[in-house]
Design a protein around this ligand. Sequence first.
Ligand code: PLP
Length: 463
Amino acid sequence: MTRNLRPYDSVLDTIGWTPLIRLNRITRGIRTPVYGKADFFNPGGSVKDRIGMPIIEQAERDGSLRPGGTIVEGTSGNTGVGLAIAAALKGYKCIFTMPDKMSQEKVRLLKAFGAEVIITPTAVGPDHPDNYVVMAKRIAEETPNAILANQFYNQANTNAHYATTGPELWEQSEGRITHFVAAAGTGGTITGVGRYLKEKNPDIKIICGDPQGSILAELWRSKGTHKIDGAPYKVEGIGQDKLPSTLDLSVIDDYRSVSDRDAFSMARRLTREEGLFVGGSAGLITHIALQVAREIDTPDAFVVTFLCDTGERYLSKLYNDEWMRENQLLEPDRVTLGDLLEHKVASAPAAVVSAAQGQQVRQVLGLMRLHDVSLLPVLDGGRCVGSVTEYALTQRGLESSRFLDAVVGEVMDEPFPVVDAGQPVESVQKVLSKATPAVLVTSGDAIVGIVTRSDMLAYLMHR
Ligand SMILES: Cc1ncc(COP(=O)(O)O)c(C=O)c1O
């Protein structure tokens, strides 16, 4: 390891040259190598550190920003941090507008860097005066010696990735990179990296991820002709309700939409299984990277996913089970029929009580009373050949007392369905009905239990 061998002049010199790390665990069973470009290693914890200084220096060069000036931006948080770090070292003031869906951690973080933060409503259209981008523009116009960093329309953003992220990936992969997967907020990353890599090798595939609800994927699919209405989503920092000029759709070879649930689930897996503590956008991108790796299925490819920012920014959100549950984003715990049987065993007979075809109805009703059960499978050599219920037997017994002397084999109903103990409980919820009041649970060839409609009700109540 040769990194950090010498002292740096300032924290700004530590931006970029983030590590490229092989993903080993979440890729189990996939032959294609997948690497993560860990941009959360930047000092401000995100990819956006890369664009702070270039934007400020460009404004200094063109004379729009003079000493003591103010930098204004509409930001989902990370760009604010990138700008704030550079502004702190250059002595500028920062004012940021931010939609109210963003996490509290991000607001506090920007304030920690000395920035003024103005929260705006998320649920307004892209041209509404309260939209965070529109408001930032107005503040910049009304404040003397202020610039709008304008990350969505500022080519310094895209150029920063062309100059740094792209070449880093080419060098780190020794020119072997075959697929780059990222997601577009401003599109600066994917456009800058995409342009650089395509110049090096036009065969490299640039794949963009989009949250379901963003308009960008459909714009790409329709080559800019079809603009859908956006819908809210929870992943932060990526997707749009308007096409920014920093996003060049023509560098993108494939655009895929991903749900919040899949994005967050993968972010949590990156943290738990790979030790890479990342935010939801990295999860969304990695979800696609694994799809791609599975599809191409070759050890000769070199797939790179982009790990945009640190998970610390989302401790109250995707890393908070309560928030995940409130938003129906947590995978329900998978309870199997075997688990359900274990749960009910305390109140039920240890072995499955059953009837045989040759037994009389009278005996079987006695058996039911003895074990306090209302239905029984009829077994023959360990196989379910029929079923009897207390209700049906007593009804017919009341009609004719001779019925009580009949043998089960002559009066039994259809056998109960047989389901493996490893199956999820949900798989039998639909099967159970008046006509099918129970299922038999097997492990290997052996019948290990019975699950009735009332067991299912008890399980649901308990849950
Ligand atoms: C968390 C996060 N991921 C990804 C991105 C997207 O990067 P870009 O704006 O370069 O498209 C952003 C941008 O704000 C972000 O905040």
